[in-house]
Design a protein around this ligand. Sequence first.
Ligand code: PGA
Length: 245
Amino acid sequence: MAMNKKIIVGNWKMNGNGDMLNVMTETLKGVDLSRATVILCPPMPYIGAASKSPVDFGAQDCSGHEPGTSGAFTGEVSAAMIAETGTKYVLVGHSERRLHHGETNAIVAEKAKQALKVGLTPIICIGETVEERNAGQTNAIVEAGLRECVPGKGCIVAYEPRWAISAVSGGIPATPKDIQEAHEFIAGILESMGLAGTPILYGASVNGDNAAEILTLPHIDGALVGAKSLKPADFFPVIEAVSNL
Ligand code: PGA
């Protein structure tokens, strides 16, 4: 895995605008991307800029409704529509979708399946809440997330302990030991599912200062970055951390 490019995903959540995206994609043209696959996930109205970007784009969500490509589902965007813009990836099951929109593992699995059907790579997010962690349920939640959400080959998994996400009030960054234990566990479960080699990203409070340490841990193929992906001055140090590994 060490020889593969690391994957750095910037999840803008419901932030940014067209000007900010232009600045980001224009400045990315001057960044060394030889060691990293960079994927920007702006809000849905902006994914059309994928075709003009030097890096790949991802959507932050897609519809899981059957039949998939189109239908009477007001407000939903199908994976096929996303793929048509030149966007190659889609986040599914982000903790904020689970928290604010009631998405369950079953719903996330449907979304991942729709993405795979049209050739998008789903980035499937899993992770435990602080209550689940304190109750000793971390491994059970993570294992259920993998077994119930990952439909097969061709996916990326992102482990995001919810208690360590920067936007969570009182969020505390996980230690390298916490991260390493979780990633080893995830790699083992994926292997038992016949999915060894599925890239595993880490995503909670990653920034330019801690990225190098996190990205050198075993079973970490990249990072999913939220708050620190909005401005080039914050995001580029994470990408540059990969060049120095
Ligand atoms: P953060 O967000 O990097 O701001 O902690 C990560 C995420 O929620 O995807």
